[in-house]
Design a protein around this ligand. Structure first.
Ligand code: ZN
Length: 362
């Protein structure tokens, strides 16, 4: 079962248009579907208003606590997004009860800046496989920076998940690319019986448009902002544009805002609402991609707590303490390769977690 969600941010209708078009195309062409395909509009109230959200970001509150509160009837005085989140949760969980095989959730988004076409995943091998099937850049590590996303929640529930950013909010090509990504996913997941010309065509177009960019990148920095910072991005930055260390990228009340390192800029903020000013990403070399896959197949996480400065939280290997004074930066890099992500930080101690069970990637 492939569940596609679009418009979780109400100012991003491109994904909704893409799903409508794809459904119409499927009906017209009589493409034989093997399995179930579910298309959902996320924040319908915000979509109607053309705003990212009405009272809170619908893609930031998918924590275990909040979801269990929603299941138990929700808040006494729910906001628009509390209602939307409850409806979306029910729709997805009802679909899941009808699933005849594994379930994948694909979440469609667009960005305010130009050129932001990429997939992003929680770094588990099944998610990687889906991400690498779509020939657009794959960005790792965003989930470490942003808490409570919908895909993160369903990923923890054991589903295969991926978010796809298809371009600038208003550009017509963002609709085309979102549709193309879903065709590729349908084919990759085995939901289409026989060859899928639309998926083939989609791959060729992505290759042409993004073949010059690194295949996989990882987040190295996030610039968090609050409304009272009055952060403003300098004009003209495109997604994946190369930036230097100390390059002035924007301004806020304290003066110029610099890039802390060289890399490529991701999701420069050119809209009013949002909590991230920009991200800096860097290529994740194919060599390391292969190394990390091998390390996980060998289940090296079983031994990682034997390294100096690293110990287990509890008995399993899902969560680890990292003593930053003993295990310096090498530790987090190594743990990233094994699929661990930063969870919490307190003084010199860090807690990292890894999704999934013993093989973590099943
Ligand atoms: Zn979005």
């Amino acid at each position: 079962m492939l569940i596609c969600v679009a418009g979780v941010h109400g100012n991003e209708p491109a994904g909704v248009d893409a799903l409508n078009r794809l459904l119409a195309g499927l009906r017209e062409s009589d493409t034989p579907i093997r399995g179930d395909f579910v298309a959902l509009a996320g924040n319908r109230r915000a979509l109607a208003a053309g705003r990212r959200f009405l009272s809170r970001d619908l893609n930031r509150a998918w924590t275990a606590d909040r979801v269990s509160a929603l299941r138990n009837g929700g808040a006494p005085d729910p906001s628009e997004e509390d209602v939307e989140q409850g409806e979306l949760l029910v729709a997805i969980e009802q679909a899941m009860t009808r699933a005849r095989g594994p379930v994948t959730v694909l979440d469609l988004h667009t960005t305010s800046g130009e050129g932001g076409v990429f997939s992003t995943i929680s770094d588990r091998l099944p998610n990687r496989r889906l991400g690498l099937a779509i020939p657009a850049p794959l960005v790792l590590g965003l989930e470490e920076q942003v808490d409570g996303t919908m895909t993160e929640f369903f990923d923890r529930e054991g589903l295969v998940t991926l978010s796809f950013e298809s371009g600038q909010h208003e550009e017509p090509a963002a609709v085309d690319r979102a549709e193309a990504a879903v065709w590729i996913a349908l084919e990759q997941l085995g939901l289409i019986d026989g060859p899928a010309p639309s998926a083939e065509e989609a791959r060729r177009r992505f290759q042409e448009e993004f073949g010059h960019l690194p295949r996989v990148l990882e987040v190295r920095y996030r610039h968090p902002i609050e409304p009272e910072d009055e952060f403003r991005m300098l004009d003209g930055y495109r997604n994946f544009q190369i930036v230097d260390e100390d390059e002035v990228l924007g301004r806020d009340l304290d003066g110029p805002v610099l890039s802390p390192q060289e890399g490529r800029i991701l999701m420069p903020l050119y809209q009013e609402q949002g909590e991230d000013g920009f991200f800096v990403v860097r290529e994740f070399k194919p060599f390391w991609l292969a190394v990390s896959e091998r390390m996980r197949r060998w289940n090296l996480e079983r031994y990682v707590h034997l390294l100096p400065g690293i110990s287990r939280v509890g008995r399993g290997q899902e969560a680890l303490y990292v003593n930053r004074r003993v295990a310096r930066w090498y530790a987090l890099e190594l743990l990233h390769l094994l699929g661990y992500r930063k969870h919490r930080e307190a003084r010199s101690r860090l807690i990292v977690v890894r999704r999934g069970g013993v093989d973590g990637d099943g």
